[in-house]
Design a protein around this ligand. Structure first.
Ligand code: NDP
Length: 263
């Protein structure tokens, strides 16, 4: 159960001019680029010590760490292929050990495989489900052992699970839809401990996965109510809201940051 003491402590920190996440430790999976990078930078700017995982782009991960450290924050990059359970478990345990605690898990790392339904291979199915579904499940399970009252699990889904607006999204939508069930189950199961779990569903966001100058970009922008791509920082701002005091009484929710894609 969430206690008044926690609320009062958080409110006191804010009143004394502290940053919203001072003293908190966050783990952002896939924090070397795109939405994960923007989220890691934003949570660090809000005061959290941030660990970020990456798969292969060590250079990019180290750049994010450097930017956080140059701004006076604490950060750590750890290679952890989300498709590898041992690596997922080790990354969660490593963060808790290095920083002494874990308060916020952002399940962001993901892959997008788009293509005609009948052309999707068994290898595609396994790779996407391992990375987009099994990894967030296992990371949440591992994190649950470290999170205490006020803990947050924030998972990045997709607008494609809300509205499959064009052909080719069968595997990606399947994987991202599973995260809504996971989020609700986590909210129900961890709620009594004062831990929240929420899903953020981005629309078309300008990253290397889905560049705003890519060949389907105009079509995707046209499917949103705003007629435009979003930025990684738009998603990061919502994650930061959920991670902070603003997320205290939000759990089991799915929050679209999609420019009205799912409308
Ligand atoms: P990017 O491809 O730009 O970045 C992906 C990040 O995830 C990188 O940090 C990458 O690490 C990491 N990553 C990928 N696979 C693995 C893996 N197996 N193990 C560990 N890390 C991995 O993607 P976005 O920033 O665009 O997407 C982030 C999340 O947002 C994903 O879950 C995606 O599905 C979701 N999303 C994105 C949308 C968009 O339009 N961009 C829309 C809706 C949802 P490395 O740098 O080492 O490769």
């Amino acid at each position: 159960m969430m206690t008044t003491a926690t609320t009062m402590a958080t409110t006191a920190a804010a009143a004394s001019g502290g940053r919203p996440l001072d003293g908190k430790v966050a783990l952002v999976t896939g924090g070397s680029r795109g939405i994960g990078e923007a989220t890691a930078l934003r949570l660090a700017a809000d005061g959290a010590a941030v660990a970020l995982t990456y798969q292969s782009r060590e250079d990019r991960a180290e750049q994010v760490v450097k930017r956080i450290e140059q701004a006076g924050g604490r950060a750590w990059a750890v290679r952890a292929d989300s498709a590898d359970p041992e690596a997922v478990w080790a990354s969660v345990a490593g963060v808790a050990e290095r920083f002494g605690r874990l308060d916020i898990l952002v399940n962001n790392a993901g892959v997008g495989v788009l293509g005609p339904f009948e052309g999707i291979t068994l290898e595609d199915v396994d790779r996407v489900l391992r990375t987009n579904v099994r990894a967030p499940f296992l990371a949440a399970q591992a994190a649950a052992g470290h999170l205490t009252e006020g803990g947050r699990i924030i998972t990045i889904g997709s607008c494609m699970a809300e509205r499959v607006a064009f052909p080719g999204g069968s595997l990606y939508a399947t994987s991202k839809a599973a995260l809504a069930g996971l989020t609700k189950a986590l909210a129900r199961e961890l709620g009594p401990r004062g831990i929240t779990a929420n899903l953020v569903t981005p629309g078309p966001i300008d990253t290397e996965m889905n560049p705003a100058d890519g060949e389907s970009a105009e079509m995707q922008a046209g499917l949103t109510a705003l007629g435009a791509y979003g930025q990684a920082s738009d998603v990061a701002a919502t994650v930061a809201h959920l991670a902070g005091e603003g997320g205290r009484y939000i759990t089991g929710a799915s929050i679209a940051v999609d420019g009205g894609f799912a409308v």
